[in-house]
Design a protein around this ligand. Structure first.
Ligand code: WQD
Length: 327
């Protein structure tokens, strides 16, 4: 199929482009390169040996985005193009609401105008708020703790209401848990700008000696060892989940968790990283981080039942692949 990947030069977007190309799809990427250099797409082409069609486009710009829809006979859209630094959304809420909502509305509007029937949206487990675990797609959402999370809740609602009013339109809302790792080639991976806010890229910077030690944000949570528990999923498993979603979508709106169903604490991840890579990661226990929930992991039954998709890569794979890319 001809798939438009909005935000395809980003961390999850670029890995999804690899999976789409390897599944034989034609990939058109629209990205404003605000988060990345275009070198990432060259590396995707090198990994797969296949060409990507690239358009430098800000998908909040309707006219520029429409030019792409008019040029290709698109059969699906995967929308990654959004701001995603959770802490930053607290200091720049308007930018987060504007970018994340306008991009969703522009892409949805153009899908309807040009008869593009499949829409896959990059959502987040952040929409569950402090719900009881494991998070299940059908559970009522609690208020998200940041504008980032709320922008995902609002985007989901916009797409669900639109799908309700447009029979024949197919929407998948994919709620990611914690994406980590990198393609096994070590050519593409997660490159946050500045000091990483997420755990795995912080660990790799400490392992490289660029940062001196990891701050563990609290060890007094009601969890296995007191540190925060999350459902870490390999970014290539996540990418393959997007291929399953776009290929198996049916009319209506469908919500799916993309996680492993397993919870891992901060200290368990540190230990797994040390063992997988034969090195030490110095850390110290610090205060809790505002907005963090104690534990979060997915119920993964639905994606397995509907698509036959489950995560395949282990925590050790995630640690080895993250380290190979960082090195
Ligand atoms: C993981 C655990 C921290 C850094 C966020 C978003 C989520 C998604 C992924 C976009 C927590 C602990 C972290 C550090 C630490 N983003 N930690 N020291 O907050 O679970 O999820 O990023 O889609 O939507 O909410 O990820 O990697 O920041 O934290 O102890 O230096 O690691 O307390 O328990 P998080 P994270």
């Amino acid at each position: 199929m001809n798939i438009l990947v909005a935000g395809g030069a980003g961390y999850i977007g670029s890995h999804t482009c690899v999976a789409l190309l390897e599944a034989g799809h034609t990939v058109i990427v629209a990205d404003d390169l605000s988060q990345r250099k275009s070198g990432t797409l060259e590396l995707v082409q090198r990994i797969t040996g296949r060409k990507i069609i690239f358009h430098l486009v800000d998908v909040t710009d309707e006219a520029a985005t429409e030019a792409v829809f008019a040029k290709y006979d698109l059969e699906g859209v995967i929308h990654f193009a959004g701001l995603k630094v959770v802490g930053e959304s607290l200091t720049k809420p308007l930018a987060y609401y504007y970018n994340n909502l306008v991009s969703t509305m522009v892409l949805a509007k153009l899908c309807l105008k040009y008869g593009v029937e499949r829409f896959v949206f990059s959502s987040s487990a952040a929409v569950y708020g402090a719900n009881q675990i494991p998070f299940v797609e059908s559970m009522p959402l609690l208020p998200a703790t940041t504008p980032y999370g709320e922008s995902k809740v609002m985007s989901e609602r916009i797409l669900a209401d639109t799908a309700q009013a447009e029979p024949g339109w197919s929407v998948a809302l994919l709620r990611y848990f914690n994406p980590v790792g990198a393609h096994e080639s070590g050519l593409i991976g997660e490159t946050p700008a500045g000091i990483p806010t997420n755990l795995m890229p912080y660990i790799t910077q400490v392992a490289k000696g660029k940062l001196d030690k990891l701050q563990v944000f609290g060890d007094d949570y009601p969890t296995v060892d007191g540190t925060g528990v999350r459902d870490y999923i390999h970014v290539m498993d996540l990418a393959e989940g997007h291929v399953a979603a776009v290929e198996k979508l049916t009319p209506g709106v469908h919500v799916y968790n993309l996680g492993t169903g397993r919870g891992t604490s901060v200290l368990q991840l540190v230990r797994a990283f040390e063992e997988a890579n034969g090195l030490r990661v110095p850390y110290e226990i610090g205060p809790r981080r505002l907005g963090d929930i104690p534990a979060c992991y997915a119920d993964t039954t639905k994606a397995q039942r509907d698509w036959g998709w489950t995560s395949k890569r282990t925590l050790a794979d995630m640690c080895r692949d993250a380290w190979r890319f960082a090195r």
